[in-house]
Design a protein around this ligand. Structure first.
Ligand code: FES
Length: 165
């Protein structure tokens, strides 16, 4: 897809990102089949998907913005709002819930000064709940920027937070 100059001026995507997305789209029989790949590319480069960007991606995928938004919001690791430099995902499923989820949640919210679903005012952390991280036998568990931490207690939570500037 070649953009007019006017479209380039208003594009939220760099040429590099657009090229990567177009390659993902070209690899699919139907353009919309690349929706998740395109969203993940956008996430990798920009962290989150603004309304403006969503509209642009929808054009690339030949979908309506509403259709693409429903794909984006179905996946809980595609973010539609700005996020912090680091994203903490706290498992609130049954094994973790039994093994100390409440302690983890209370410790994190106290240390970060935010509730679940919020970002610290300095933009350092976003704290989000998530369903099972697949580490039920080592509960309670959480993930920071894709790195899994298990058997959490107050001390390990404090140590983990300090690793992420
Ligand atoms: S229930 Fe928390 S990792 Fe499975």
């Amino acid at each position: 897809m070649i953009l007019t100059r006017e479209e380039q001026r208003h594009s939220t995507l760099s040429e590099e990102v657009r090229s990567e997305m177009l390659a993902a789209v070209a690899a699919c029989e139907r353009k919309r089949g690349a929706a998740l790949d395109v969203l993940l590319i956008a996430k990798r480069y920009y962290g989150w998907i603004s309304d403006e960007m969503l509209r642009e991606l929808a054009v690339i995928l030949e979908m309506s913005p509403a259709e693409l938004d429903s794909v984006a919001t179905f996946y809980n690791q595609i973010y539609r709002k700005p996020i912090g430099r680091h994203v903490i995902l706290v498992c609130d499923s049954v094994s973790c819930w039994i093994m100390g989820y409440d302690l983890v949640r209370v410790r994190l919210t106290a240390r970060l000064g935010i509730n679940l679903g919020q970002t610290t005012p300095d933009g350092r952390f976003t704290l989000l709940p998530i369903q099972c991280l697949g580490a039920c036998d080592q509960a309670p568990a959480m993930m920071v920027d894709g790195e899994l931490f298990v058997n959490l207690d107050a001390t390990t939570i404090d140590e983990i937070i300090q690793r992420y500037p």
